[in-house]
Design a protein around this ligand. Sequence first.
Ligand SMILES: [Cu+2]
Length: 179
Amino acid sequence: MESQKKMMVVFGLVTAVFLQSAAAQTVHVVGDSVGWNIPQNGAQDYVTWASSQTFVVGDILSFNFATNAHDVVEVPKASFDSCSSTNAIGSTVTTGPANVTLASAGEHYYICTVGSHCQSGQKLAITVSASATSPGTSPSAPSPSTTTPGVTAEPPSSSPAVRAGLVLCLLSLVMGFFF
Ligand SMILES: [Cu+2]
């Protein structure tokens, strides 16, 4: 029956919206309470911290540091290993705290370029995985929101209430369209 088909379409749309809602961004405060600093135990501290986190595309790294005391820049692995800013990816952010949206899956490397901070262990390597909720449909990655390297912005706040409202709104639109 035609109406059954319509019901299926509606169900599919609603399910898709709910799945989207479930893929919430996570804000990772680098180093937790230590923030973005020269770590007590050298680079191992950020290795340990990173291993306690699950990074997904769309998540945000929040580098917490005092402006001008430190900075942060993403670099390729070779530069990370040698603590150099050669071939930096994007610009160096000197204003803290700095929020960086993880726009792509794979390895990402960050260092502080102030003094010998990087040599002292102020460097972070992470592995970002593609969104777990939509396997096989990755090209339409979450829009790299308003937070870009170099710009400090508030973490996006998309409360469950707002999401629920959006779902209801879409649902009523779809229902009105079909019935
Ligand atoms: Cu530093």
